[in-house]
Design a protein around this ligand. Structure first.
Ligand SMILES: *Cc1c(COP(=O)(O)O)cnc(C)c1O
Length: 438
């Protein structure tokens, strides 16, 4: 299988698409042809890792990742992704049982395993590689956890000082070893600008063999399709029917993986995107105009994205017209007030606490047209554990949330980070000093 940029250019192998993240022309890598699979192709496969392996095999065909794929999936996707029925016609897909209690563990762990393999094989990259990642909260923790103590790979996490939740900050800075945590005096945009400046400096990029692990990397996106495969197959095996998903959406990575799964042939029906007050996607579907906006800060902070990158993949898949995009997905924007009300209402209704991101999808479910809601099997995607956002959820419910065991373990580790000004020479100094000692 070969990969091409959404903006044209020559085709590359999967190893190169994974190691370079973004295409040289600024586009995003997509498979040159999408494979076709049927539910029967998954016969006898039950576990998340087994189903992921079958789904991903054609995407890796002919590459050095094909043979080790079962082992990569078994190692990276070793936590449960349970589907919990809430009421008749509604279930919740819980993607928060990984090491950092958010769905980003799936992509980050698969990416780390594949990069480790590509480095060992030695043809497409040389060690040590430094992964530079800017984070507004969840990505940095998942990437640090996934790459921690992996030979030949180091991680530098940049987060905005004082602008992530206390528990997120701890998850970003409790690693040590091959992980360097830097708090940047500024906002997420300053962190991102610093990362872009580092990649754009050829001497610096070469000196540290800089590599990106951001959410547009095809190695993070592809494994996410596997939980949609597993969830829809399970329902299809039981009932012969398709599953409709409502997906909390920021950069559109999680939701786009679902679109790929449906195109490949999984029994998936409707795909509804739930966003927060950053309404670029809704506005596009309503008007046909793609107008990225400055980001608005909301309670569902991991979805605070004004210019969702993966829309470029969706528009590439659909051709230019907005009508085709409307056939693929619909979208609902959810205000902070509605997020608060949903967290309260759902707790009252069924005794379950949900994170602010998941609450956007539950709100969208409750507001579906009655005919839509009643005639389909709906699964709401839960993207993070509510205890990760305790400072928002606990005061609303008047309860204390028990963090999952893995999160409790991380919170007990000591935390170390340095604070830097958002300037490239300052970052370059830090990198040089760290490399010399590590
Ligand atoms: C990253 C994140 C999202 C948004 O996912 P995208 O792939 O960017 O659309 C939603 N919820 C949580 C908890 C996240 O960490």
């Amino acid at each position: 299988m070969e990969y091409r940029s959404t903006r044209g250019g020559p085709a590359v192998c999967i190893e190169q698409a994974i190691m370079s993240g973004t295409a040289p022309d600024g586009g995003l890598y997509v498979p040159c042809t999408l494979p076709a699979l049927t539910p029967e192709d998954f016969a006898g496969r039950e576990s998340f890792a087994d189903i992921a392996t079958r789904f991903l095999l054609p995407f890796m065909s002919g590459s050095s990742l094909e043979a080790p794929l079962p082992a990569i999936c078994a190692g990276a996707l070793d936590f449960p992704v349970p589907v919990r029925p809430i009421e008749s016609g509604l279930a919740v897909l819980e993607l928060f049982h990984g090491p950092t209690a958010a769905f980003k563990d799936v992509g980050a762990r698969f990416l780390a395993a594949t990069m480790g393999h590509i480095l060992r094989e030695g043809r497409h990259a040389r060690a040590p590689v430094t992964i530079l990642v800017a984070t507004s909260g969840d990505t940095g923790g998942a990437v640090a956890a996934a790459f921690h103590r992996r030979p030949g790979l180091r991680v530098v996490v940049l987060f905005p000082a004082g602008r992530v939740s206390p528990r997120q900050q701890h998850q970003l800075s409790c690693w040590g070893d091959n992980v360097l945590s830097l708090a940047v005096e500024g906002e997420f945009d300053d962190c991102q600008r610093l990362v872009k400046a580092a990649f754009a400096d050829p001497a610096l990029a070469r000196a540290h063999n800089l590599c990106s692990a951001n959410s547009i990397n095809v190695g993070r996106l592809l494994p996410q399709a596997a939980y949609y495969a597993r969830t829809s197959l399970e329902h299809h095996r039981r009932t012969g029917e398709r599953t409709s998903f409502i997906i909390p959406t920021g950069n559109l990575g999680n939701a786009f993986a679902c679109v790929w799964a449906r195109h490949v042939g999984l029994p998936i029906d409707r795909i509804v995107l739930a966003t927060n007050a950053n309404t670029t996607v809704e506005d596009f579907l309503a008007t046909g105009q793609w107008l990225p906006r400055p980001t608005v800060a909301t309670l569902a902070s991991a979805m605070d994205v004004g210019n969702p990158s993966n829309m470029e993949r969706l528009r590439d898949l659909c051709g230019a017209g907005v009508e085709r995009v409307r056939e693929e997905v619909s979208a609902v924007a959810v205000s902070d007030d509605a997020i608060r009300a949903t967290i309260r209402d759902e707790y009252r209704r069924n005794g379950s606490a949900f994170c602010p991101h998941t609450a956007t999808a539950l709100h969208a479910y409750r507001h579906l047209p009655v005919v839509e809601r009643a005639n389909r099997h709906w699964v709401v995607v839960a993207t993070a554990h509510p205890a990760k956002f305790d400072t928002i959820v606990e005061p609303l419910l008047g309860i204390t949330l028990e963090p999952p065991a893995e999160l409790t373990r991380l919170l007990a580790l000591p935390s170390h980070f340095a604070t830097i000004r958002p300037e490239l020479p300052v970052l370059a100094d830090r990198l040089a000093g760290w490399s010399a000692h590590g």
